[in-house]
Write a protein that binds this ligand. Structure first.
Ligand SMILES: Cc1ncc(C[n+]2csc(CCOP(=O)(O)OP(=O)(O)O)c2C)c(N)n1
Ligand code: SF4
Length: 301
């Protein structure tokens, strides 16, 4: 235990996520990127329920669990309180990190996030994007991709899974004129760690949107989490890029892009699409269009 604590001073392993879950990797690799003390907030979701099962607690730092929808307000409030203490002579430099799933960030918690970004609070939002409300059994969210079979967009005779395109939260946060927003993934931990360090060290509201392949709801074997994550980037479904003061840098450009089929063929949530090649084509077109748009944004200096 002492060894575990020494190596993972901020977040302990051994939580109750499903085997092969991406979340612990994300939390550990983000939190370990600063030596400074951190106060974390965590919205209701898989991260919270798996790390705080009474009487156990994986957090070795102050961590506030709030409701599903208000992690950004909570962390903004704590950051303001510390600002006030600073005015009164409190010296310690503290970092603030708010964790949320995509439901808690793209959808129900978005109002709180938008407000905290607009007001310019000094914190980092970390979204572990498992593309659905997974803790409650896999409902669709604004981050669920087109065609995915979820409990609220069931694939059947009439509908072929989710009919809408996913939201692009990364771009929405860039539009808030955040000084640093990045997309990262767990198969490239060096890139993820670099981005986490930058996001935490940059003053102002910053964000990391990290793809979190979900073995249980996406439906793939737990040993394939990293492979699925890598395929998401190799197919351009999940580009790794960062936007620093409005300037785009695309970190990985696949030498030969793989077709989206290779990403979706491995997941049960898309299994029905084998009978609907036109849906796969539609998804491919969306991916191609978004990738081109991203490269254009990078060209703009
Ligand atoms: C206002 C409110 N509505 C619904 C719930 C039930 N609920 C708890 S977690 C959750 C889903 C969270 O989804 P997400 O933020 O994507 O995180 P994940 O579970 O995927 O980790 C829901 C619907 C709740 N706690 N509060
Ligand atoms: S349901 Fe998915 S995201 Fe939630 S703990 Fe299991 S693998 Fe992780």
């Amino acid at each position: 235990m002492a060894e575990v604590k020494k190596n993972n001073p901020k977040y302990s392993p051994g939580g109750r996520t499903c085997a092969g879950c991406a979340i612990p990797l994300i939390v550990n690799n983000v939190l370990s990127q600063t030596e400074k003390p951190i106060v974390a907030g965590v919205a209701t979701g898989c991260l919270e329920v798996t790390s705080t099962i009474y009487p156990y607690n994986a957090w070795n730092i102050p961590c506030i669990h709030n409701a599903f929808e208000n992690v950004a307000s909570t962390i903004a409030g704590v950051e303001s309180a510390f600002k006030y203490r600073k005015k009164n002579g409190f010296e310690e430099k503290i970092k603030f990190v708010a964790f949320a799933g995509d439901g808690g960030a793209y959808d129900i918690g978005f109002q709180a996030i938008s407000g905290a970004f607009e007001r310019g609070h000094d914190f980092t939002l970390v979204v572990y994007d498992n593309e659905g409300y997974q803790n409650t059994g896999g409902q669709r969210s604004g981050a669920t991709p087109l065609g995915a079979d979820t409990t609220t967009t069931p694939a059947g005779k009439v509908k072929k899974g989710k009919e809408e395109q996913r939201k692009n939260l990364t771009e929405i946060l860039v539009a808030h004129r955040s000084p640093y927003v990045a997309q990262a993934a767990i198969h490239d931990l060096e890139d993820l760690k670099k981005k986490a360090k930058k996001a935490i060290e940059t003053k102002g509201p910053t964000a990391l949107i990290i793809l979190a392949p979900c073995t249980t709801i996406w439906g793939f074997p737990p040993a394939k989490t990293l492979e699925i994550s890598k395929l998401a980037t190799e197919t351009n479904f999940w580009p790794l890029y960062e936007v620093e003061n409005g300037k785009y840098i695309v970190n990985i450009k696949p030498a030969k892009e793989k077709p989206i089929k290779e990403f979706i063929n491995q997941q049960k949530r898309f299994a029905h699409l084998k009978d609907y090649p036109e849906k796969i084509e539609e998804l491919q077109k969306i991916v191609n269009k978004e990738w081109k748009r991203l490269l254009k944004l990078e060209e703009k200096k």
